[in-house]
Ligand binder design. Structure first.
Ligand code: AMP
Ligand code: ZN
Length: 456
């Protein structure tokens, strides 16, 4: 059997993986808060844990893996969106969930075994909160229920922070009803239009962290194998999930292995609305960048490293995929190359696995290339329609060359207005042009936008 090892956030070591029950390998991944389209960064954990899901299914059998990814459909950001738009919360969350499934499907992500919505697990959350109160780990104060962090001797063990460090470093909400500033909310009161449910502590709604603990317990039990998510969630979200679950169910260990993906950035900078480099998966798909190309780019960086999305990488990935698709078209899948499996088994080394695919392609081994790529979710029949269309990469290059020739012509005609319009057009479209003694050379810059080349 393929050996699998993971860099476990909990132990800070690369541990050999041995599932609690090989006939039911269980994994939980924190899903999105559903009030808006998923941005490209949100897609990273989806692809990372999809590759892991595929690897586990390959190794333990497709029917022997349970993958849970939740939808957070109760959250103050959703309430704000509802207030801004005047739309019912359920309309917003239903629509956003469908967008999410469509967009992640376009990236070739398999559907998890269970996709629980937080609002469908309120009774389980209330039950877990009651258990925490009974066991002395939580207390009620002014309509709130708070988790008492000092009651958990292991609090901070996942993120490896002491309570004193947390207090020094964190911007915690200081509220008069908290016994300790690090105590966090399990339940809070709802008023007016806020969504709420009746509970032993009055009409209210859950805090964020309790939903994952309650859904994981309900669907996977008190101990399961793998818990994943972005590393921005390690503290406080995962620390708090851990605390709640261990204290409510001390007979279990919650998750054995914790895996955290690093963040995605764009052209070397943090993706943010203020930098103007923020975009959704749908934006890229609508620009004509196939989901398979996005996936291919993602696979090129190890999940534990920051990943840089660049327009250049997308163009290169598209060219490679076209070549590989031509090569494997009509070829029956052979075997998954052992080196590809070894790479994935070694802490999900996708860049290593991709290097092996390049070797298989270079060696002309189309059958094994197809099988091995399939394990990574690429060269899949269902994702292939885009490749039948004309080559967008070539078309873009041809259009840029054509416009550069027009600019050279305009200059020699001394039509400076036309030359300047073309220069401004390139700048607006994010095409970086350099004039060299051998003539102009160009590259796609960080904000490349094909549509801005239209009408030039
Ligand atoms: P959210 O909806 O903000 O709770 O995020 C959903 C998932 O996306 C979480 O697992 C986050 O860790 C992950 N995530 C958010 N931003 C990024 C990013 N820039 N790069 C990678 N993952 C991200
Ligand atoms: Zn969670």
């Amino acid at each position: 059997m393929t050996k699998i090892r993971f860099q476990n956030t909990r132990t800070r070591r690369k541990d050999a993986f041995s599932p609690i029950d090989p006939s039911d390998v269980r994994m939980y991944v924190c899903g999105p808060t559903v009030y808006d389209r998923a941005h490209l960064g949100n897609a990273r954990p989806v692809v990372v844990f999809d590759v892991l899901f595929r690897l586990l299914r390959h190794v333990y059998g497709a029917d022997h893996v349970t993958y849970v990814r939740n939808f957070t459909d109760v959250d103050d950001k959703i309430n704000t969106r509802a207030a801004e738009t005047g739309r019912p919360i359920r309309d917003i969350t239903d629509e956003t969930i469908q967008w999410y499934l469509d967009d992640m499907g376009a990236l070739g992500a398999l559907t998890p075994t269970h996709m629980p919505r937080a609002t469908e697990y309120i009774p389980q959350m209330i039950a877990m909160i009651e258990t925490l109160i009974e066991r002395g780990h939580a207390y009620e104060a002014e309509g709130h229920v708070l988790f008492d962090v000092t009651s958990d001797g292991n609090y901070g063990s996942l993120a490896r922070r002491s309570l004193d460090d947390m207090k020094a470093g964190a911007r915690v909400e200081v509220a008069p009803y908290k016994r300790d500033p690090m105590d966090f909310v399990l339940w809070k009161p709802s008023t007016g239009d806020q969504p709420g449910w009746d509970s032993p502590w009055g009409h209210g709604r859950p805090g964020w962290h309790i939903e994952c603990s309650a859904m994981a317990f309900d669907l996977l039990g008190e101990s399961f194998d793998i818990h994943g998510g972005g590393n921005d969630l390690t503290f406080p979200h995962h620390e708090n999930e851990c605390a709640q679950s261990r204290c409510a169910h001390p007979e279990g260990g919650f998750a054995n292995v914790w895996l955290h993906n690093e963040m995605l950035q764009v052209e070397g900078r943090k993706m943010s609305k203020s930098l103007g480099n923020f975009f959704t998966v749908r934006d890229l798909l609508d620009q004509g960048i196939p989901g398979e190309v996005i996936r291919f780019v993602f696979l090129g960086t190890h999940y534990s490293k920051p990943m840089d999305w660049t327009a250049r990488k997308a163009v290169d990935a598209e060219a490679t995929l076209r070549k590989w698709r031509k090569m494997t078209d009509g070829v029956a899948a052979g075997n998954v190359a052992p080196a590809v499996l070894d790479a994935l088994g070694d802490d999900l080394n996708t860049p290593g696995a991709m290097a092996e695919l390049h070797r298989l392609a270079a060696g002309g081994n189309a059958a094994d290339l197809k099988a091995s790529a399939g394990l990574l979710g690429i060269l899949d029949e269902t994702l292939g329609e885009w490749a039948a269309a004309p080559d967008a990469g070539d078309a873009v290059a041809a259009r840029i060359e054509e416009l550069l020739a027009a600019r050279t012509q305009a200059r020699s005609d001394r039509d400076f207005a036309r030359a300047d319009a073309l220069r401004d057009g390139f700048a607006a479209a994010g095409v970086v042009v350099k004039d060299t003694p051998e003539g102009p050379v160009w590259d796609l810059g960080p904000k490349f936008d094909l549509s801005k080349l239209e009408g030039l």
